[in-house]
Design a protein around this ligand. Structure first.
Ligand SMILES: Nc1ncnc2c1ncn2[C@@H]1O[C@H](COP(=O)(O)OP(=O)(O)OP(=O)(O)O)[C@@H](O)[C@H]1O
Ligand SMILES: [Mg+2]
Length: 413
């Protein structure tokens, strides 16, 4: 919207030598304007007579007599706010607020090609601003509705696609398992190798499809979290067992350090996935000879942290945000073409947040990484007091480095 929308076009213009008494009569006839413009012989504004200035001058018999027959230029504001009809309402509002507070009472002159067009008023500026704000709200609302539809369409598309992909993929994997087992005929050593390749790639693809589906469901609030009693030490042991072949192949040692016997109220399958994702990363990004430790500790605020610490390559600070985004991968991982698609941490974060917790990464290049899934105190189910396990009652961990990270909340991610 422009200044044009603020003007009152019906007002007459004045010339500088008109008598004040004449102008006073005109003002009485045209009550709608806060002022009248004074123009030259080419219709160019030279000043503004404000209604209140004229009324003031005519209020007293002495000043009335003084001004009645004198030229109106004596009472004229010679430098009123003058704006082009195409100026935006925002600019006009800015000028009024910062340079021309006089325009609040007097209004301002609107021109086209520097010729007088009308008198604009602050009331009209406000009206136009409100109309514009309403229009913007309506546009935003329809954009929001469109985005919601698009999001629903995306979720439906992903759900259908993953079904369409998973069904044939499961058949491929099923037949591959059958062939590999030798039940469908003898398989040569080389054929066996190919079949194992198909199995590995197929399972990876299936995992990716499942992760993408979970991520999209979680984003649209369709992923439920079960509220069961989960034993974190058992989760850690299970992940350690699942990871053993991979860690062995990579020459990485996997240790466990459960610092508390507290239980967790949460979704066992999802928490297992959290630990598997973090531990898989730790093994993947730790060079031969390194150590990966899986643990659980009570945090300073009474919550529970499931954590994975490695002695690997670490993550530069500049990448700590981007690696948490869907498909976000570190520069190093891409350069060295380390397998993966950058979904793991994004999904892990969503799964932890669904539990009301937060995913915290503490890392520096060459210093290793500690990833913590911090769950709130409401999810801690304290273990029965047992004198044999004092740590069951003690918050925190016996590990000084981790204790610092747990109480400081890491770098806040
Ligand atoms: N423990 C770690 N040490 C060093 N870098 C890590 C570690 N964990 C994650 N990263 C960095 O964060 C990136 C994102 O991790 P994420 O788990 O999301 O993806 P990915 O492991 O590359 O692939 P995906 O998990 O989907 O198979 C990784 O590519 C890597 O650059
Ligand atoms: Mg990963």
């Amino acid at each position: 919207m422009t200044a044009k929308s603020t003007i009152n076009r019906d007002l007459p213009t004045l010339t500088a030598d008109m008598r004040c008494g004449q102008v006073f009569e005109l003002m009485r006839m045209y009550e709608s304007g806060p002022a009248l413009a004074v123009v030259d012989d080419r219709d160019r504004p030279v000043g503004l007579i404000a209604r209140h200035t004229l009324l003031q001058a005519f209020a007293h018999p002495v000043t009335y007599a003084l001004y009645e027959n004198r030229p109106v230029r004596l009472l004229m504001n010679r430098a009123p706010l003058t704006v082009d009809a195409e100026e935006t309402i925002d600019r006009v509002s800015e000028w009024i607020a910062n340079e021309h507070p006089d325009a609040v009472d007097e209004g301002f002159i609107v021109t086209a090609d520097r010729r007088y067009l009308g008198i604009g008023t602050v009331l009209q500026v406000l009206d136009s601003s409100v109309a514009r704000a309403r229009q913007q709200i309506a546009e935003l609302e329809s954009a929001r509705v469109a985005a919601e539809h698009a999001n629903l369409a995306k979720s439906a598309f992903l759900a259908n696609m993953s079904h369409e992909l998973r069904t044939p993929l499961n058949a491929v994997l099923g037949f591959t398992d059958l062939l590999a087992s030798g039940m469908a005929g003898t398989v040569t050593e080389r054929q066996g190798e190919y079949l194992r390749d198909i199995q590995t790639s197929g399972r990876r693809l299936l995992d990716l499809i499942n992760d993408l589906l979970d991520l999209s469901r979680a984003e649209s609030g369709q992923l439920d979290v079960a509220d069961a009693r989960v034993d974190p030490a058992r989760l850690i042991a299970e992940v350690q067992r699942m990871l053993a072949p991979r860690a062995h192949a990579a020459g990485v040692e996997v240790l466990s350090q459960p610092d508390t016997r507290d239980q967790i109220r949460g979704d066992e399958r999802k928490l297992l996935q959290v630990l598997v994702n973090l531990a898989t990363n730790a093994v993947k990004f730790t060079p031969q000879g390194g150590v990966v430790t899986l643990g659980v500790s009570r945090t300073a605020d009474g919550g529970t942290a499931l954590w994975v610490r490695d002695t690997g390559v670490g993550i530069p600070e500049s990448e700590l945000d981007s690696v948490l985004a869907p498909f976000g991968r570190g520069h190093d991982a891409m350069v060295r073409q380390i397998e993966g698609s950058g979904i793991g941490l994004a999904l892990t974060r969503v799964l932890v947040e669904l539990h009301g917790g937060s995913l915290v990464l503490d890392s520096a290049p060459g210093q290793g990484t500690t990833a913590q899934a911090r769950l709130p105190s409401g999810r801690t189910l304290p273990a029965d007091l047992d004198p044999a396990t004092p740590e069951a009652r003690q918050p925190g961990t016996s590990d000084p480095d981790l204790r610092d990270a747990l109480s400081a909340g890491g770098c806040g991610r």
